[in-house]
Design a protein around this ligand. Structure first.
Ligand SMILES: [Fe+2]
Ligand SMILES: [Fe+2]
Length: 166
């Protein structure tokens, strides 16, 4: 597909993140299931619901541009999710599993923050409809990332860290 102008480039990015959000909605329940810490599990579940809303908001942005919502396969997010899923299949000691789950989840959040950041900048410069919706999503992704950092500090078992070093 030839991309000939900034508006088409914008739609291309939108398709990328639409696909990514759908993959994330499939992955989050598995991560929630593996989480031991109740707060972490709740955070994954809450973000699952938010991510479903993100999909709806992206659909609204497509519609505001007069486009049919459509995803485009994104190898970037597939790789990030695949790595996280491999981790879930591996024998990871319980003392470190939650910390590693958070690491995998934050990779996903940072991917999203990158794409939504680009979309917001472009939408603002081109004065496109949908900017407010994209800004709302970006704020939620950043909030989730912060929450995960806070949880990491709570779940990391320092004794396990010390033992591993011996
Ligand atoms: Fe999202
Ligand atoms: Fe997210």
């Amino acid at each position: 597909m030839a991309i000939q102008n900034m508006q088409e480039a914008f739609v291309h990015e939108l398709k990328d993140i639409y696909y990514a959000e759908k993959q994330i909605v499939k992955a989050l329940p598995k991560m929630a299931k593996k989480a031991q810490n109740q707060e972490l599990r709740a955070a994954f579940q809450e973000h699952l619901e938010q991510s479903k809303e993100h999909i709806q908001r992206i659909e609204q942005v497509f519609e505001a541009l007069g486009k049919t919502p459509r995803g485009e396969k994104c190898e970037g997010i597939n790789g990030i999710i695949e790595e996280g899923e491999k981790l879930l299949e591996e024998q990871v000691d319980e003392s470190v599993r939650d910390a590693m789950l958070i690491g995998a989840a934050q990779r996903v959040e940072h991917y999203e923050i990158a794409v939504y950041g680009t979309l917001c900048t472009w939408a603002e410069m081109m004065d496109l409809d949908g900017l407010d919706l994209l800004k709302e999503i970006l704020a939620e992704e950043k909030e989730t990332d912060k929450k995960l950092t806070k949880l990491a500090k709570e779940v990391i078992n320092v004794e396990a860290t010390v033992e591993a070093e011996e």
